[in-house]
Design a protein around this ligand. Structure first.
Ligand code: 4AD
Ligand code: MG
Length: 466
């Protein structure tokens, strides 16, 4: 006899009744009585379960005792129209094979506590919950859509190094990479002798692929990176990870306006893609955690993002303060905005996503193009409801002289950056780029409120399990 092939639950739910099928998956729930048992089976291909109906008289009674939430099964049976509500089809089981039992006393997802906090404490198992299944599928869909967006526009996916010597953002919050014996560090004249280290110099995990991205953009025109980045900032907030994924497009011949236009088109494309392709999962998250989610996703599509200069934004915030608005952190010209300020602008003042431009040069990285006023740079931050900053970018300083002067002013090493400065020395061009924080995007798209819940294995201060 021909061996029956397994059909995924997602496909079974769309299949015509009246055929013999084989389903495999994990038990979500089991209920029933002496005559008939109902098993909800899920294989992760969709948020939805396939209902298995088993006539108890056809099976050994012991079998059902061994089937509990979390157990893994192979079920053969007939796909029939479902009499119960909630599903079009179900499986009338003829054969049930147990792959693995799941001890109800010990299985961590058996507990009544299904809070996100509790699930973080069993993060190795939480992937099997409906919530994390939905998050993982949406995460995948967004990653795929990102590649599709840039591929369709003719961008080249550039792989930039994870181990690097340069602190692109100049914030000094890098994780060092070394093979030196930390109990016996080689020293030379009172300083650590990095010439003895693996690479013969001090190296770290990258905080951004941008600088190498600029090398690519000034060669093949338009590139994007999509990879992990690492920041050793000790920020224990619902929006910061020590290891997060970033998408960094970099484009030759783009000015700041082209850059903003691309950023807006890009995030709208991703939100539209999620609405078009992930509706089951979005609906689940909407119903379970955030009943404004789908509406909020739709709300960013139809409108143009508001463009505001940093200076105008400071005036708005100062006026708000004078009218009684309370902020934890003070604002005045020259300060970096906190998330509370960003959210005020987006949620209260404009009621839509905001693109902030023209920042004081002292709060931004060395590579940003300087404006004529000598005080501000052509940076842009895209701010989103509930999140604050989701994208940071800029037009890049294309002038060799200005770039070198700025590097000196900031006390950075020109020597370490010679390779980067060469882009301005040889055939320099106006160019721009930005970085989208992948998990920040996912916070917006899934409606989850803690960044630890949109990445499978979060890394945060004092937490690097698995
Ligand atoms: O604003 P950032 O620091 O910009 C850069 O790294 C530039 N090199 C980007 C570029 O122009 N190519 O970071 C970009 C984005 C932020 O807007 C935020 O969404 C995200 O990365 N991000 C973080 N996400 C999670 N955890 C952290 N600790 C993050 N730091 C930044
Ligand atoms: Mg930023």
């Amino acid at each position: 006899m021909e061996k029956l092939a397994r059909t995924k639950v997602k496909d079974l739910l769309k299949s015509q009744p009246g055929q013999k099928v084989l389903a495999k998956g994990w038990v979500r729930t089991k209920r029933g009585n002496k005559q008939v048992k109902f098993i909800a089976l899920n294989d992760g291909s969709t948020i939805n379960n396939i209902q298995v109906v088993a006539d108890a008289s056809l099976f050994d009674e012991e079998l059902f005792k061994r089937i509990s939430t979390g157990a893994s099964l192979a079920v053969t049976g007939n796909l029939v129209e479902s009499v119960g509500s909630g599903q079009a089809v179900e499986i009338q089981a003829t054969e049930i094979e147990i792959y693995g039992e799941c001890d109800p006393m010990r299985f961590p997802l058996q507990k009544k506590d299904t809070s996100l906090e509790y699930l973080r404490s069993v993060a190795h198992m939480r992937l099997r919950t409906n919530t994390f299944g939905a998050v993982l599928r949406i995460r995948h869909a967004m990653a795929f859509a990102i590649h599709k967006f840039f591929n369709d526009k003719g961008f080249v996916y550039l792989h930039t190094p994870l181990i690097t010597e340069s602190d692109a953002e100049g914030a000094g919050d890098m994780f060092q990479v070394t093979t030196m014996d930390l109990a016996n560090v080689p020293m030379h004249k009172g300083k650590v002798d990095f010439s003895k280290d693996f690479f013969g110099k001090k190296t770290s995990l990258t905080v951004s692929g941008q600088l190498e991205g600029e090398l690519g953009a000034t060669a093949v025109g338009e590139i994007y990176t999509f990879g992990p980045t690492f920041r050793a900032e000790n920020s224990n907030t619902p929006r910061h990870l020590a290891e997060f994924w970033m998408i960094e497009p970099e484009m030759a011949f783009y000015d700041i306006n082209d850059d903003m236009a691309l950023a807006e088109e890009f995030v709208k494309y991703l939100v539209q893609y999620a609405l078009d392709n992930c509706m089951d999962d979005l609906q689940f998250l909407n119903d379970k955690y955030d009943d404004g989610l789908i509406e909020r996703l739709r709300s960013v599509l139809g409108i143009a993002f508001e463009k505001v200069t940093y200076t105008q934004a400071v005036e708005i915030l100062e006026k708000a303060v004078s009218e009684g608005q309370q902020f934890e952190y003070p604002v005045h010209w020259g300060t970096d905005f906190q998330s509370e300020h960003e959210r005020y602008l987006v949620e209260k003042y404009f009621g839509k996503p905001v693109i902030l431009i023209d920042f004081p040069k002292d709060i931004k990285a060395f590579y940003m193009k300087q404006n004529e006023d000598g005080k501000t740079v052509r940076g842009m931050d895209v701010l989103f409801p509930k999140i604050g900053e989701i994208i940071g970018g800029s037009e890049r300083e294309a002038s060799l002289e200005k770039l070198e002067t700025r590097i000196d002013e900031l006390g950075m090493s020109r020597k370490n950056l010679e390779w980067y400065i060469d882009t301005r020395r040889f055939g320099t061009v106006p160019h721009s780029g930005f970085g989208l924080g992948f998990e920040r995007l996912l916070l917006f798209v899934t409606g989850m409120s803690n960044i630890r819940d949109v990445i499978p294995f979060p890394r945060t201060p004092k937490n690097a399990e698995f």
